[in-house]
Design a protein around this ligand. Structure first.
Ligand SMILES: [Zn+2]
Length: 103
């Protein structure tokens, strides 16, 4: 039962991918190289070290490079936000020190 559900889920995902690709194709947003990219079940070859990774891998097993563009973007945004927070905190601390010196 659970297995059937899983297969159904996989099929749906495949279909979604195909539809998504079709839409991009129609709008001319996919180039020829991208059209031939992996389907959901094929292994991902690392763009950096050419290691074969599992179909759902987000990072390369060998070199740790990002394999999922969307994941990479999300992580980069999160990292940027983190850095801004750290920067603000550092600025606040520095301001506190300066105030103490003046007063
Ligand atoms: Zn790699």
């Amino acid at each position: 039962m659970a297995r059937e559900v899983k297969d159904e889920d996989m099929e749906r995902k495949l279909l979604e991918k195909q539809v998504e690709r079709k839409i991009l194709e129609i709008h001319g947003l996919v180039d020829k190289e991208q059209k031939e990219t992996r389907d959901v079940l094929s292994p991902i070859i690392c763009w950096k070290c050419k290691t074969k990774n599992g179909a759902t891998a987000q990072y390369c097993d060998r070199c740790g490079a990002y394999l999922d563009e969307e994941k990479m973007c999300k992580d980069m945004i999160a990292l940027g936000e983190q850095l801004i927070k750290i920067g603000r905190q550092a600025a606040r601390n520095r301001l506190g020190v300066l105030k103490q010196k003046i007063l």
